[in-house]
Design a protein around this ligand. Structure first.
Ligand code: ZN
Length: 523
């Protein structure tokens, strides 16, 4: 017991030293704030599995921790399933963002050119309606040098849903049979990744550290730089259930008929709150309220059911009257349908800038968006900072996203919005070559950085003018709330709402590939 208290004492001292040094540091130069944390509200399963490059989201609703400002960019996506384990996953994601930010600050202290970036996504598998297997994967970098490769982030979670427990590796596999399991791992490794055979040395239990309960078997994640020689990326190997025999400790019970969780009920989930990071004065919180919008739902939001008091926008656009374009980034997601309900109610349309690897998980909502006259363009495949990528990588990010949008909605895409508004000469060249124009914005209410819908409302109202392109994010409840007030107010002031492409058609003589468009102000 005394040892335990000594341990707590060390942790406490470490925390004091940590927060103390941060405060001193914050006094000396402008330092990025910790990423905003946005746990998602009521979850809903989205069954998607159509290839290795798309996010497979079978369990939970994607929540995002995000930081949008130079010189630190963060985008950490993780599932929240309305389950007690949400807090564990959330705490991991939040802890990751805080620790990388802290590492970045130390580097920035030495080198003012430092640029920090973290991008983490997840796949989640729902197995037997009983187990959720979650694989978080991504990378981060804290330096300016493009020759320094990013560091891989790998984390796995496995949840026994009815049992309300997070499973550890030794709850899944019987380690007293590790010789047999490791033999199987070696065999499957060589089968799935033949090029590793020559490099495979001694394999021990540390290779079974990251396990994911999958559909065909237990997925073993072998993280780069820890287990494999440097030139190998992070790899996965599946140990088939039938080959594991009695070394497998789960799946002894029959599958449940229906999913115990997640459920699409509007009950607010017990959302974990972030523990206070060192200087979290503006740590944005959002999405606390359960809402009933879901993919495919077309019922209007409850508090709008009485209908607008301002008449809807008329069908035709008057080119001489003031017009603005709303643009919503980072979806599709939990709130997409509620944004669509709102736009539909006022007879207006907007431009949705979507993240490619989320498209399949919310395809119905995007089909609906287009059917209502909205525009859908790309916002990269996985929200990486494209300004740091090679020409080939930028090309893939633009084209893959445009292709999936075209595949799902049937509309062709010739424009994209770069994540973080980060633009490079390479990006302009690639865009020109591919025939894409680049979308920026002229009004930024920084809705990602606050849960105060009034602040978003005020910021837009102060900046808006004829020809504005307004940037917002469709992943925040507070943004939705702000637009419930903004749209009728702007309509009553005579603004017409058009898509970005319409605005540019009316206001810019020629939309050119490789050019960046900030607004459609009248000449
Ligand atoms: Zn974004």
């Amino acid at each position: 017991m005394r040892r335990f208290f000594q341990f707590c004492g060390v942790i406490l001292i470490a925390l004091i030293v940590y927060s103390g040094s941060t405060i001193t540091y914050a006094d000396s130069m402008p330092i990025p704030l910790p990423p905003s944390a946005v746990p998602s509200p009521t979850p809903r399963p989205v069954i998607v599995n159509d290839g290795p490059n798309h996010a497979i989201i079978e369990y939970g609703w994607p929540a995002i921790i995000k930081h949008n400002n130079d010189p630190f960019h963060a985008y950490i996506r993780f599932p929240q399933g309305g389950h007690p384990s949400d807090e564990v996953i959330y705490n991991w994601a939040h802890g990751l963002s805080v620790s990388i930010l802290s590492e970045f600050r130390a580097v920035l202290n030495e080198d003012p050119r430092a640029r920090g970036e973290v991008n983490v996504h997840f796949d989640s598998f729902l197995v037997d309606n009983r187990y959720a297997g979650i694989l978080q994967q991504g990378d981060y970098s804290v330096v300016f040098d493009p020759l320094v490769p990013p560091i891989d982030v790998v984390k796995t979670f496995n949840i026994d849903l009815p049992g309300n427990t997070i499973l550890e590796s030794n709850d899944i596999l019987d380690y007293s049979q590790s010789d047999r399991i490791l033999e199987l791992l070696r065999e499957r490794m060589i089968f799935e990744h033949p090029n590793t055979e020559r490099s495979l040395g001694f394999i021990d239990e540390s290779w079974l550290h990251f396990l994911v309960i999958g559909h065909e078997g237990i997925i073993v994640v072998l993280d780069k730089n820890r287990l494999l020689p440097e030139d190998f990326p992070t790899l996965t190997v599946t140990l088939p259930y039938e080959d594991l025999g009695d070394a497998l400790l789960i799946r002894g019970n029959p599958p449940l008929d229906t999913a115990p969780v997640p459920s699409p009920s509007p009950t607010p989930m017990p959302t974990p709150m972030p523990t206070a990071p060192p200087d979290d004065g503006q740590d944005g919180q959002d999405g606390q309220d359960g809402q009933d919008g879901q993919d495919g739902s077309d019922s209007p939001d409850g508090d709008l059911s009485t209908g607008p008091s301002v008449p809807p926008q008329s069908g035709s656009i008057d080119p001489r009257a003031p017009m603005i374009a709303l643009s919503f980034d980072d979806g599709p997601g939990y709130y997409t349908n509620q944004f669509l309900d709102l736009l539909e109610m006022y007879g207006i349309r907007a431009t949705f800038c979507v993240v490619g690897n989320l498209v399949n998980a919310h395809s119905e909502a995007l089909v609906r968006a287009v059917s209502l006259g909205n525009e859908v363009i790309g916002h990269s495949w996985d929200h990486k900072n494209l300004a740091k990528l090679s020409a080939d990588a930028v090309r893939a990010q633009i084209l893959d996203t445009a292709d999936i949008i075209e595949e799902v909605t049937g509309t062709s895409v010739m424009m994209f919005r770069p994540p973080y508004g980060a633009i490079s000469d390479t990006m302009r060249d690639v865009a020109r070559e591919l025939g894409f124009s680049i979308l920026y914005w002229s009004v930024d209410p920084e809705d990602w950085n606050t849960d105060d819908s009034e602040a978003v409302y005020d910021s837009v109202m102060q900046q808006v003018r004829d020809g504005s392109i307004i940037l917002s994010h469709e992943i925040y409840k507070s943004t939705l709330t702000a637009y419930q007030r903004l749209i009728p107010e702007l309509l009553s002031r005579g603004f017409q709402f058009v898509t970005v492409s319409e605005l540019l058609t009316y206001r810019v003589r020629e939309v050119l590939p490789g050019h960046v468009y900030y607004n459609g102000h009248p000449n």
